[in-house]
Write a protein that binds this ligand. Structure first.
Ligand code: NI
Length: 182
């Protein structure tokens, strides 16, 4: 890492459903510690925070690269989210998925005003690199396994709409809030 003090996070526009970049296979990143990538990580974290997201993937700000942020903390959109430091995940692979599937609500900053009940593996094992270039192998459960799978999908051209098994599981955000505040 060099001259990171010169970098300032920028809130970037979020591309939305229909933009072809959301349908592309993202490219692996080899220069994780470069200034350009450090800047991109800062921008992703600032953009996710500004928009109330618990995760964001690089293609969502127009960069077709294998990078996403997990930034779970309770907020208006996800009041029950666990608290964690924002973590940048590079070049991820999901190497094992549990047979147990659970359905829960998801939304996406690139799919505004829609929520869906999405089936996901309850537990996964993934490999990835972190911002220091270190390789990791880690198990995720429950909500974080869900966030990981959602963000990983963005790197292979999928959104949560592609994982919903019944269109009746799609709700407008307005109806979703009615449902969850009753
Ligand atoms: Ni998303």
């Amino acid at each position: 890492m060099n001259n990171v003090t010169d970098l300032k996070p920028k809130i970037r526009p979020i591309v939305q459903l229909g933009n072809p970049i959301l349908r592309q296979q993202a490219q692996p990143i080899s220069d994780i510690t470069s200034n350009a990538i450090q800047q991109l990580v800062m921008d992703l974290i600032a953009t996710a925070k500004d928009a109330g997201g618990v995760g964001i993937a690089a293609p969502q700000i127009g960069e077709s690269l294998q990078l996403f942020i997990m930034a779970s903390s309770p907020n208006k959109r996800y009041p029950n989210a666990p608290e964690m430091e924002p973590t940048a995940i590079f070049n991820p692979k999901i190497i094992e998925t549990d047979d147990e599937i659970s359905k829960d609500w998801e939304g996406c900053l690139s799919v505004p005003s829609i929520r869906g009940l999405v089936p996901r593996a309850s537990r996964i094992i993934a490999t990835f690199e972190t911002i220091d270039g270190q390789k990791h192998r880690k198990q995720y459960d429950g909500f974080l396994a869900r966030v990981f799978q959602h963000e990983y999908d963005h790197l292979i051209g999928l959104t949560f709409l592609d994982q919903v098994t019944d269109n009746k599981d799609l709700f407008s955000e307005h109806e979703f809030y009615q449902l969850t505040t009753d």
